[in-house]
Every structure is written in C-alpha cells, then in structure tokens.
Design a protein around this ligand. Structure first.
Ligand SMILES: Cc1ncc(COP(=O)(O)O)c(C=O)c1O
Ligand SMILES: N[C@@H](CCCC[NH3+])C(=O)O
Length: 440
C-alpha cells in the first residue's frame, strides 16, 4: 500500500497516520473507521492556493464539499481560506452550522428545489451556479419578488469527453448538467441573465468530469468557453468577472494512477485562459476552481476488522471485513480500485493474493479483487487507502448497517468529528403504524 501524507510504519510495524497508531485508533473508536490525515488535507488546500498565487490571476479555490461534507471539514476549509461548493440544502445547512461564511459559498445542482433556493437566498450565499432555464427563471422571479439582485454563474456544457468513467464524466453533450454550448443554449442563457435586472451575471462555469489525470480535457473545454465568451462579447457586450473551470483533478488510488501536482494543472489552465481570452480582448476574469477529490481523497484511510475467510481451492480466497459497500460504494458503483494493507502486519511479506469482501447481502459487495497481503487472521485490522473522497459522503444504511465514525488525526492526536451511528440512530426515523400500536 502506498503511504500518503504523514502515513508511515512505526516501530511496532503498525501503520501510523498523523502520528497515531491505527491499531490503537481501531481499538479506541471501533471499526470500520474513517481516518483523515488533517495535515495532508491542509497541505492539499495550500498546494492549490500556492499554485494560483504564482500565476498573477485573482482566484478562488472552492472545495467541492460533495467529496466529504461534515462540519469539521467545512471548518477546516474555512480556516484554510478556501470557498465552498455545495450542491444541496443538506450540504448548505452543514456549512452554515459550521459557521462557514455564506459569502464564500457557491450553490450548484441541476434541480435545486424552491425551498433550497429560498434557504440559500435567506443565507445570502455568494452565488448560484445556475444549471438550466427553469432555475434561471425561478431565480429571476424570486429575486424580483424580494427586490434583490442575485449573483449567478451559468454552468455550461462544453462538449468535452473527459477520460474517466462514464458515470463521473459530466462535460459531454449528452449530459444532464448545464447549458449546452454547441446548440446555442449557453449563449441564450448568457443573454437572458446579462439582460435580467434582478440577476448579476458573474460569468460561466464548466466541470468536465472527475478523476482526470491529463490537462488536455481542461484545455479543450477552456477553448470552447473562450469561444462562447467571445460570441457573448461580440453579440451583446458581456465581459465576465469570473470564469470557473470546475474540479476533477485526479488522485492516486493504485499503482499506475498518474495524477499531476496542483501546480501542473493550474499552470496549464491559467496559460490557456490567458492566451484564449487575450486573443479575444477579453479582460482576464477572476479564475475559480472546485477541487473535491484532490483535497481529501488520499488523506482518508478506512480501517476495518477482518472476520471470516472463505477459501475455494484453485479459485479464490475471500477475506471479509466488517464494512463494505455501505461505507464505500465506489467499487460496486464504478468498479473503482483500491490498495490495502494489514495495519498490524506492515512489515510482514505480502505472500497471499486474496479478495476483500464486504458484509452486505450482495455478491457485488466486494471492496478489492486480488490484493496481495500477509496471511490474515480474524481480528487483524485492514487499512484501505485513498478512501477520503466519496466514501463517507456516499455511505448508506443498506442492510441497516450503521455508518462508521470519522476521526481527524494530527501530531499524535485524534479527534472524533463524526460519531458512529448506533442501531437506535438507524431506526430513529421509523414510526410504528398506529394500528400496530393499538393491537398491543
Ligand atoms: C460541478 C462540480 N464541481 C466540482 C466537482 C468536484 O470534482 P472532484 O471531486 O473530482 O474534484 C464535481 C464532481 O465531479 C462537480 O460535479
Ligand atoms: N462520486 C463520484 C464522483 C462524482 C463527482 C461529482 N460530480 C466518485 O466517487 O468518483
């Protein structure tokens, strides 16, 4: 298993993260347990800010909270001076409860409800990233009713196929997101928003997909955005204050994944923005990005306790853990690959090839197929790395399994930031039908 951030093997031969022995974390907080390397998250936030600072651009780095949204994470992001991308009333509520400054919140979503829009207006968030004509009209009407001028970005679909899993690719023409550039909808939306007295059109946004390694997808998208902005300038004199090129920067899950440092992505992006907009005599706008996975992904490790094993001679050995698709849906959903190690046997040779099964009543509940590990026994702690993004945030209660706890670790100290769910939590929203109660 690749050791990210502050992870290391300690003198006992155990996996240590943030100065904490993971076997002690597992014993103290139980398993499964999401462990976040706080120093590593902060370093990732800073890497984007520092990369931008060298470019001369005015910028905002907005953490895409969908990757991992808890109050503690919002607080950390606030301390690092980033902005925040939210995509639902629940994420917005979490941020506000954490005291995140509303002015630095950007609200995404392809089907924001009226209640969510009103909640965001009441909170006076920084801007709405408007996804479609329906939302544009709802927002314009509400702004008029309230006598307000609401700041918006328009999410446009540049028609770029990012090299990633089709379920996490979003910039292609056949996408549920955004105003299409090629069929003229994006230009029409810009015209409407620019001319609307109750909307303040800041600029445009595009997000081409997630877990992207190459810079070329971003560059093609930016060229299309520049063409669109060129047309908007020519046709009705619109000049953007903001250009948001989204997130999607990849991370290393397994050997062979080749993410670039933040600086490489940011330099490539800023170079092409400068070139394309200057060619059209469009003054350089503030440049915004929205990284999620690349801020938290490889800072998270999930600890599981190994239980049963099943060996099918000449076929496969299954090693089962006390979690699975309820705490990490990505292998089942995207065939996502992960690396693992036995946290209490880090110095023992990885002499067996086994497959890691979850505990759900579902054959597809497999976390890793064919991973090399030292021989495992019940009670060993399995550590799966790079689970920090879209693990906890996509966790669920399938089979009525309670969600794990989350701890932040730093300088030898652990801080519980999300409590483990109890069975009482799992049934806390259930109501017994009244008829059944009467029959007692
Ligand atoms: C609009 C938008 N912004 C930002 C992100 C964050 O992406 P990532 O976590 O890959 O950086 C996503 C998710 O793909 C998204 O849909
Ligand atoms: N949830 C996805 C990415 C979706 C990103 C949001 N648009 C993943 O785990 O990779």
């Amino acid at each position: 298993m690749f050791l990210h951030g502050t992870s290391r093997i300690n003198e006992q031969g155990h996996l240590e993260i943030g100065g904490c022995d993971t076997t002690i974390l597992a014993a103290t907080y139980g398993t499964p347990l999401y462990v976040y390397d706080e120093a590593h998250i902060r370093a990732k936030c800073r890497s984007f800010v520092e990369a931008f600072s060298k470019t001369g651009f005015a910028f905002q780095v907005a953490y895409a909270s969908k990757a991992f949204c808890t109050m503690a994470m919002c607080k950390l992001v606030e301390e690092e001076g980033l902005s925040l991308d939210v995509v639902s009333g629940g994420e917005l509520y979490t941020a506000l409860q954490a005291g995140f400054p509303a002015k630095r919140i950007h609200f995404h979503g392809n089907n924001k409800s009226l209640d969510e829009i009103k909640m965001a207006l009441d909170a006076k968030i920084g801007c709405f990233v408007v996804d479609n004509f329906y939302e544009l009209h709802v927002l314009a009407d509400l702004a008029q009713e309230r006598g307000e001028k609401v700041a918006v970005l328009l999410r446009v679909t540049p028609g770029v196929e990012a090299h990633t899993h089709e379920y996490i690719s979003t910039g292609q023409i056949d996408s549920k997101f955004g105003f299409d550039v090629q069929n003229g909808q994006a230009l029409e939306a810009i015209r409407f928003a620019f001319e609307c007295d109750h909307l303040h059109l800041l600029g445009i946004h595009s997000h081409i997909g997630s877990q992207i390694f190459e810079t070329d997808g971003f560059l093609i998208a930016i060229k299309r955005l520049a063409e669109l902005l060129g047309e908007a300038k020519e046709q009705f004199g619109f000049l953007p204050e903001v250009l948001n090129v989204g997130g999607g920067f990849g991370i290393r899950y397994v050997e062979g994944d080749t993410p670039q440092p933040a600086e490489t992505y940011i330099k490539a992006i800023t170079d092409v923005v400068r070139e394309e907009l200057s060619a059209r005599e469009i003054p350089l706008p503030e440049l915004w990005i929205e990284p999620g996975r690349s801020i938290v992904g490889d800072a998270g490790t999930t600890l599981y306790r190994i239980g049963s094993q099943k060996e099918i001679p000449n076929v496969r050995k299954y090693v089962a853990v006390d979690g699975g698709m309820t705490d990490n849906l990505r292998p089942a959903l995207y065939n996502a690959q992960y690396e693992a190690a036995i946290a209490n046997k880090m110095n023992q040779p990885a002499s067996e090839v086994v497959s890691i099964a979850g505990k759900c009543c579902e054959s597809g509940d497999m976390l890793i197929w064919d991973v090399k590990l030292p021989p495992a026994v019940a009670g060993d702690i399995l550590a799966v790395s790079s689970t920090g993004a879209y693990g906890y945030s996509m966790s669920n209660n399938y089979n009525r399994i309670a969600r794990p706890a989350v701890v932040f670790v730093k300088d030898g100290e652990a801080e519980l930031v999300v409590k483990r769910e109890t069975y009482a939590d799992v049934v806390s929203h259930d109501l017994l039908p009244k008829r059944a109660q009467l029959q007692r």
